[in-house]
Design a protein around this ligand. Sequence first.
Ligand code: SAH
Ligand code: MG
Length: 216
Amino acid sequence: MEATWQQVDKFLEGLLAPDEPVFAAALAAAEQAGIPNIQVSAMQGQLLHILARAIGAQRILEVGTLAGYSGIWLARALPAGGRLVTLEAEPKHAEVAQANFAAAGVADRVELRLGAALDSLPALLPDYAASFDLCFLDADKANLPAYFEWAHKLTRKGGLIISDNVIRGGEVVDGQDANSTGARQLLQALGTNGNSTAIQTVGNKGYDGFALTIVA
Ligand code: SAH
Ligand code: MG
């Protein structure tokens, strides 16, 4: 099945991905720097971009920058004057991401904050309480429930919180590692109030999925 998922993703990318060199360039720079190939797929990046545009997002928060690939998709959805704040703990990742943002022509819209997200998130509260339109949670999954709580405080009513990689090849159901446990605890905390869903995905990044929450 994996081979089919990859083949179909390639087919979809050929039909639907913008024919623009910035994305391939960002991936190539990441690979050259030895950064792990764990960013969103092109179609997933495009989903983030479309969701941001659909809700008219002007302020976006990302937790887990890596090399800036998903950040470029998100930043390109912003109108003039819009802002992406993205949090990253690893200095090497931040450095490559910063260069990728500049090369993609979005550096003026992106504010990268270096440090552990659990330190950076509280520091955002004075300036950004209830003010992000969209949050993309994509750092370590062990702390995902805590990231979600902060994101909830930082997102406006009607805004979206997207929590990535919560299916983990099915490990979310009973896996005992820290990431599976974090993803499971997040899903357990989201509750049955009708504001959250979770979607399983397959593709060139294997079998995973994301949770989507509207802030009520
Ligand atoms: N959003 C990126 C992928 C992020 S990968 C994309 O799709 O393009 C996860 C990133 O989270 C890695 O760069 C890792 O260094 C970072 N990270 C891990 N733990 C973190 C923490 N506690 N605080 C901030 N960033 C963290
Ligand atoms: Mg991810």
